[in-house]
Design a binder for this molecule. Structure first.
Ligand SMILES: Cc1cc2nc3c(=O)[nH]c(=O)nc-3n(C[C@H](O)[C@H](O)[C@H](O)COP(=O)(O)OP(=O)(O)OC[C@H]3O[C@@H](n4cnc5c(N)ncnc54)[C@H](O)[C@@H]3O)c2cc1C
Length: 446
């Protein structure tokens, strides 16, 4: 059969469907919204981004940049649309979330080889080429099927999302625009605090009431997405050295750094909404409003979205997947996206990209692709399929995951920044060489 099923029209699913369809393969893309909803999505659009509108750093020489650049060079749909819907965010790549998912939906709907079907898939089609990309909030029926298939206990953990406020409700007589260390213009709004204000805020925060968690005992937070109140509970100064650090944010009036600062990042092209950077939390909504209004400049803040807590579902990939993203038991079955144990929007896109290409290659009876270990996509796939650990945990892309640059180069560049720059350069060289060998010719006639 000359067709591929992609289940889930999120970031990974749309990229997988696009890559496969661009080779000429026929793709059926199943998205359950709006027939069934997830606890976090709000629209029926494909590739809806549910929390921060930042796709992370695009600073040359950083690991998130490398991942994006590989995708750009791999003709990624998501990266193309991200460039078209970009909003100012300093060194980060942030998008207007509404336009972003609208445009992606349009592109998918208009692709001659993709059929978009709005349906919740409840069973796994084992005999057909299928990519499961149903994300951290995979529907319950399918989760049960995946558990049966893997023969494993399903893993859960919880992430928390940051609040968003209306720009015109921030008091700009107190707050000021600036990017940290002047990098990237004045895309952020900063709310400064003196010591007394910080201490009051801190005490109210750690004593505020949280939403009760049904399975609280089983909760283990993902370290890079800790709720603000959990960070605070680790010590009075943890916030000042974490999400509220004032470094590189001098007050315009005095030129001196405040005791602490809250940064807000622009959320959309209209610049009418800002999210509180690093302020994901699981406080009750009333409590969030009360405590966050203690932040100087936010006394009259109008909250467009409160912080929330959500489930994250992922499989025990090292036991289940190969670096090609096929399951070890059934080479026709792939997983992609956050459900594989990568964490983050672009990490999910990267795995979708590879799964889509590989699924199409099965149709042509071609060898499966394994991305170079020096590349970000290669490193992520290697991690999820190979890491030796009893406690498999999702990861963002970092230099720690990449195959190391040759020793003579590491010796030559002692400074971390230089080393990272050279590592990115080498990775992209390998990537270009590898990608030039991938044949994306048509499978339509197979
Ligand atoms: C509340 C929340 C906040 C997050 N915040 C961030 C953040 O700030 N930054 C970040 O980088 N990452 C964040 N993440 C992680 C983020 O979800 C992933 O990075 C990314 O969206 C995963 O892409 P994906 O394609 O794997 O899953 P998704 O984008 O979630 O897409 C999965 C799709 O599958 C559909 N689906 C589910 N089950 C079925 C079924 N049975 N049949 C058909 N369709 C189905 C869903 O409706 C959804 O559209 C957050 C996740 C959540 C849930």
């Amino acid at each position: 059969m000359n067709e591929i099923n992609v289940i889930g029209g999120g970031l990974a699913g749309v990229e997988a469907a696009w890559q496969a369809a661009e080779t000429g393969a026929k793709v059926r893309l199943y998205e359950m919204r709006p027939v069934a909803q997830t606890p976090a999505h709000r629209t029926d659009k494909l590739a809806e981004i549910v929390c921060s509108n930042s796709l992370k750093s695009d600073e040359v020489g950083s690991a998130p940049y490398l991942l994006k650049e590989e995708l750009r060079r791999g003709k990624s749909l998501v990266m193309e649309v991200a460039a078209q819907t970009r909003v100012p965010a300093g060194a980060a790549l942030a998008v207007d979330r509404g336009r972003f998912s609208e445009l992606i939906t349009e592109r998918i709907e208009n692709h001659p080889h993709i059929e978009l079907i709005r349906e919740e898939i409840k069973t796994i089609p084992h005999d057909e080429i299928t990519i499961i990309a149903t994300g951290p909030l995979t529907s319950e029926a399918l989760t049960v099927e995946i558990m049966k298939m893997t023969g494993d206990d399903q893993l859960y953990f919880y992430d928390a999302i940051a609040p968003i406020v209306a720009a015109d409700s921030i008091d700009m007589n107190i707050a000021f625009k600036a990017a940290r260390y002047g990098k990237g213009g004045d895309d952020y709004i900063n709310c400064p605090m003196d010591r007394a204000q910080y201490e009051t805020f801190y005490n109210e925060l750690i004593n505020a009431k949280s939403v009760p968690l049904k399975r609280f005992e089983e909760t283990h937070w993902f370290e890079s997405c800790l709720p603000i109140e959990e960070i605070a509970r680790r010590g009075v100064d943890t916030l000042r050295f974490g999400p509220m650090k004032p470094k590189g944010l001098p007050l315009p009036a005095t030129g001196r750094e405040p005791y602490a600062a809250v940064q807000l990042r622009q959320e959309d092209l209209m610049a009418d909404a800002y999210s509180l950077v690093g302020f994901q939390n699981h406080l009750k909504y009333g409590e969030q409003e009360r405590v966050l209004k203690l932040i100087p400049g936010m006394e009259n803040a109008d909250f467009l979205q409160f912080g929330q807590i959500h489930r994250n579902t992922f499989i025990n990939s090292p036991q289940i997947l190969d670096a090609t993203l096929q399951t070890k038991k059934n080479p026709k079955l792939f997983f992609a996206g956050q459900i594989t144990g990568v964490e983050g929007y672009i990490e999910s896109v990267g795995t979708g990209w590879l799964a889509g290409l590989n699924a199409a290659r099965i149709l042509r009876d071609e060898a499966m692709l394994v991305a170079p270990p020096t590349s970000a996509i290669g490193a992520l796939c290697r991690y999820v399929s190979n890491v030796e650990t009893k406690n498999f945990q999702p990861v963002n892309i970092t230099f720690g995951l990449l195959a190391e640059a040759p020793l003579e180069l590491r010796k030559k560049y002692r400074n971390k920044r230089e080393r990272h720059n050279i590592q990115v350069e080498l990775a992209l060289r390998d990537w270009d060489e590898w990608i030039s060998r991938i044949d994306k010719s048509s499978v339509a006639s197979v």
